[in-house]
Ligand binder design. Structure first.
Ligand code: ATP
Length: 246
């Protein structure tokens, strides 16, 4: 059964419509990716799901809960958490304080276990808990942003281009962490321009172009689709990526 259901979603900015009726589903424990070029509407879609932008039509459900147009805070409380593009960590705050900001709406007494799990998943953060976030590498800041999201105890984690601006080695590290997170059962909707990284994490995907879903299917099928290979995987003859390397 679908945990996150997006149906006929339309959203935009003033008179400009950026999403023209998008349907996306994510089942519990599933990792789904939305790939697409610059300006395809990926960020708009995540922002509309997370309550940061009001859709003009269509619906968003989390389980059987109607979430369409609910404010961001209600979405977080219901279990929809967005890890935003560009990480947006607080540079002048230590790692630990940044993580705790993700849990602002939660009772303090059941946080210890989740905090410990985040430090187990990201040992690089555990060794730097008192270090200012601004002094971390790009990859570490991305892990911090993901850790902060996890501390909101999401039912579905929305990730907006976690590989953006990272060096190839950091992309590989972050991708491996996302694979581990999915293996632990986290439900993920991952938006990426880096299709190669995204297709390693997800088992199913959608290609968004100019505000519409143009291709969808299991990742194995997407990787073999000539449109996806030529537009998003570099070349028609690009080797098929696998889970052991990008
Ligand atoms: P990117 O990979 O560059 O983040 P994207 O796929 O996430 O691209 P969106 O950022 O969702 O795409 O943009 C979709 C469309 O909406 C684009 O045409 C973009 O120019 C437009 N758009 C995005 N943000 C705004 C805004 N604040 N005001 C007006 N138009 C916007």
């Amino acid at each position: 059964m679908s945990l996150l259901t997006v149906a006929g979603l339309r959203a935009g900015y003033g008179h400009i419509e950026a999403l023209h009726g998008v349907d996306v589903t994510v089942r519990e424990g599933e990792a789904v990716t939305i790939i697409g070029a610059n300006g395809a509407g990926k960020t708009t879609l995540l922002r509309a799901i997370a309550g940061l932008l009001s859709p003009t039509a269509g619906q968003v459900h989390l389980g059987d809960k109607q979430m369409t147009g609910r404010p961001a805070e209600a979405c977080v409380r219901a279990g929809i958490c967005l890890v935003p593009e560009g990480r947006q960590v607080f540079q002048e705050l230590p790692v630990h304080d940044n993580l705790m900001l993700g849990a602002y709406h939660r009772r303090r007494d059941d946080l210890e276990h989740d905090l410990a799990s985040v430090y187990v998943l990201f040992p690089a953060l555990a060794g730097r808990r008192n270090q200012l976030a601004g002094t971390l590498s790009g990859g570490e800041q991305q892990m911090l942003a993901i850790g902060r999201g996890l501390l909101s105890k999401p039912r579905v984690l929305l990730l907006d281009e976690p590989s953006l601006g990272l060096a190839p080695i950091a992309v590989r590290e972050v991708t491996a962490k996302l694979v581990a997170l999915v293996a632990q059962g986290m439900t993920v909707l991952l938006v990426e321009q880096n299709a190669r990284a995204a297709l390693q994490v997800a088992s199913r995907g959608y290609v968004l172009a100019q505000g519409e879903v143009v291709v969808e299917g299991p990742t194995a099928e997407l990787m073999d689709d000539p449109r996806v290979r030529s537009a998003y995987l570099g070349s028609r003859n690009a080797p098929t990526p696998n889970r052991s390397g990008i």
